[in-house]
Ligand binder design. Structure first.
Ligand code: LIP
Length: 267
């Protein structure tokens, strides 16, 4: 049984409270998918509602902390050195399409370092969490990254660029890199939630994951959870600037370098 701090208890309670309404909203999306209006505005409202519940709950427990939230942006607290980083729905496109693969993400950043992270998949009741220095957990069970050492036996997750989020040159570069991973591995998955991709690396389900153009709220909790599960996380240049350049690669210690060699970005 995991030993958890008061901070993690606060985070878990906030996520569980927000998930009750979120699950009800997800049920509603099913009906809206076949209506003329579509679920778009409804989902935006669900996102905002979830964020509001998280802000209220976290704010009640730690009134001085600031926030960085996907919908509301940066909110300064009286304590300048501590803030919650929150994504109310990571995997919004899945949610909009009635695909049951999305999560609530909360990270606590103190003095520029993430010290606690939580990723909650409310549909599967899987709560991944970690605190700095004390390991990573799925619900009450300790998790660790996979011990696989061969690329050819490994599966990797990625985020395939969509819309205009990468230029044509970047898209072609991505396709080339994906081809390299396709040939070298047992396969690639694109599930559509960066946080759950990271959580699955931590739990040993994927050997690794890479993606570019992400926001801090998509990855802050997951970086800590993968590291606490024994994995290696860097940006796609092999450095530690994921928060500033939005690129990420996470893998077990044997496969981080081989995967990075295949998907590395040039400076
Ligand atoms: C999304 C990710 C998804 C990624 C998208 C996007 P959102 O987050 O989790 O996997 O490919 O770029 O960032 O918008 O649902 O919070």
């Amino acid at each position: 049984m995991a030993n958890e701090s008061a901070t993690i208890t606060v985070m878990k309670m906030a996520a569980r409270k927000a998930s009750i309404r979120l699950k009800r909203d997800y049920g509603e999306v099913g009906h809206l998918l076949i209506s003329k209006k579509g679920p778009g505005d409804f989902v935006t409202a669900a996102d905002v509602r979830t964020e509001k519940i998280l802000r209220e709950e976290l704010g009640k427990a730690r009134p001085d902390f600031g926030f960085l939230m996907e919908e509301s942006g940066e909110i300064r607290g009286n304590d300048y050195n501590r803030r919650w980083i929150v994504d109310p729905i990571d995997g919004t496109t899945n949610f909009i399409h009635g695909l049951a693969h999305f999560s609530i993400c909360i990270a606590l950043e103190e003095y520029g370092q993430v010290t606690a992270g939580l990723i909650f998949d409310p549909i599967n009741e899987e709560l991944f969490w970690a605190e700095k220095g004390t390991g990573a957990y799925l619900n009450d069970q300790r998790v660790r990254v996979s011990s696989q050492q061969n690329l050819k036996n490994s599966i990797f997750a990625t985020g395939i660029p969509f819309g205009n989020n990468l230029s044509k040159i970047e898209q072609n570069d991505f396709l080339q890199k994906m081809q390299g991973v396709m040939s070298a591995s047992a396969g690639i998955r694109r599930f559509g939630s960066a946080s759950l991709d990271l959580a699955y690396v931590a739990a040993g389900r994927f050997e690794g994951y890479w993606e570019n153009k992400l926001n801090l709220w998509d990855i802050a909790a997951g970086i800590l959870i993968v590291r606490e599960a024994g994995g290696i996380v860097t940006d796609l240049y092999g450095k530690d600037y994921m928060a500033t350049n939005g690129s990420i690669i996470a893998a077990n210690p044997s496969l981080h370098k081989p995967l990075l060699d295949l998907v590395k970005l040039k400076v």
